[in-house]
Design a protein around this ligand. Structure first.
Ligand SMILES: *[C@@H]1O[C@H](CO)[C@@H](O)[C@H](O)[C@H]1NC(C)=O
Ligand SMILES: *[C@@H]1O[C@H](CO)[C@@H](O)[C@H](O)[C@H]1NC(C)=O
Ligand SMILES: *[C@@H]1O[C@H](CO)[C@@H](O)[C@H](O)[C@H]1NC(C)=O
Ligand SMILES: *[C@@H]1O[C@H](CO)[C@@H](O)[C@H](O)[C@H]1NC(C)=O
Ligand SMILES: *[C@@H]1O[C@H](CO)[C@@H](O)[C@H](O)[C@H]1NC(C)=O
Ligand SMILES: *[C@@H]1O[C@H](CO)[C@@H](O)[C@H](O)[C@H]1NC(C)=O
Length: 273
């Protein structure tokens, strides 16, 4: 590829990114749980949780929130290890790439055990009230998904790249949402997107196999997870390189800090294509 066409490619990429932030068209958006899967992994102070968001621009019309809960199974309640959280996506820059990878790690699963990860995509809607023209916002609700996995000494470490390969990708837990009708949101209203979803259509069949994580992107995710966890003083048991000012800064971006590393990894991959 010539130098000139490369710069056009980069320009086209930039334009499409800028475009996706200002204009939202009706269609289908999807959230895929890439990791963990119904498998066994080695216990780790850095157990990753990775979601892929397809067509994030459209998802923004639902002002989405992803909540999760991980709980150890088969032990008495008072001894069960658990961790939970909720990510309001409007607090992140998730519409800047498609797919967008949302990931973080937990240090709670550095033991052997069986766990359940329950997650929900919480979505909001809007409509014009009949009396006035004012926009009112409501809640669509959510669907609960859950996946069981276990941690066991001597098993393999997570492999993000193989999770999206042809023989495994269709096992990713996924939720696709069809948004047929959008309403414009005046900038005076706090919504986190220029449009809001008036309705959602019948749930389409998800296509998690559309998401690919190549080895470069997988390495970037791993590096970002490590630098984030190392920058977090609450994490223990990690053998970290001397913290740099860069990784110290990224702690404020938790739980999705480090996505720029990934974005850069993906741009490099594009440039080589
Ligand atoms: C739960 O514990 C019981 C009894 O200790 C055991 O038989 C069973 O295999 C365990 N199940 C899992 C999923 O670990
Ligand atoms: C949990 O509860 C059981 C009985 O209900 C008790 O035997 C055990 O000591 C408790 N464990 C902890 C860590 O408190
Ligand atoms: C999103 O991107 C903008 C501009 O690049 C930056 O100022 C902001 O801090 C980012 N937000 C988050 C939550 O990282
Ligand atoms: C949001 O969707 C729910 C469920 O479909 C509906 O009952 C509610 O009226 C909608 N709210 C708004 C503000 O559109
Ligand atoms: C897969 O899920 C089932 C329950 O749906 C669970 O019993 C099994 O232990 C899981 N497999 C692994 C390897 O965690
Ligand atoms: C698993 O490995 C950890 C750390 O090496 C060790 O403390 C633990 O006892 C091991 N568990 C079993 C069941 O072997």
């Amino acid at each position: 590829m010539g130098l000139l066409s490369q710069s056009w490619l980069i320009l086209a990429l930039c334009l499409s990114l800028a475009y996706s932030q200002t204009s939202i068209t009706a269609g289908v958006t999807e959230v895929d749980l890439i990791f963990p899967r119904n498998e066994s992994y080695s216990p780790s102070p850095l157990t990753p949780i990775v979601f892929a968001i397809q067509n994030p621009g459209l998802l923004s019309s639902l002002n989405p929130e992803i909540s999760y809960y991980i709980e150890q199974q088969n032990v008495s309640t008072n001894e069960s290890v658990s961790t939970s959280g909720s990510i309001k996506l409007s607090n992140t820059n998730y519409t800047t790439s498609d797919p967008y990878f949302l990931y973080w790690s937990t240090g709670k699963l550095d033991i052997e055990g069986t766990f359940v990860l329950a997650w929900e995509l919480k979505m909001n809607n809007c409509s014009h009230s009949p009396q006035s023209d004012a926009l009112s916002f409501g809640y669509f609700g959510s669907r609960r998904h859950q996946v069981y996995f276990s941690t066991k000494n001597g098993t393999s470490s997570p492999d993000f790249a193989s999770a999206t390969e042809a023989d495994a990708c269709d096992q990713s837990q996924a939720q696709a949402v069809q948004v047929p009708d959008l309403l414009a949101v005046p900038s005076s209203r706090t919504w986190g997107a220029p449009s809001c979803a008036a309705t959602v259509g019948p749930s389409p069949t998800p296509s998690p196999c559309e998401v690919k994580i190549d080895s470069t992107a997988a390495a970037s995710i791993s590096a970002a997870l490590t630098s984030d966890a190392c920058a977090n003083p609450v994490r223990t048991g990690l053998s970290c390189p001397t913290p740099s000012s860069e990784s110290a800064a990224s702690v404020t971006q938790s739980p999705v800090g480090g996505r720029w590393l990934l974005a850069m990894g993906m741009l490099v991959a594009y440039g080589l294509a």
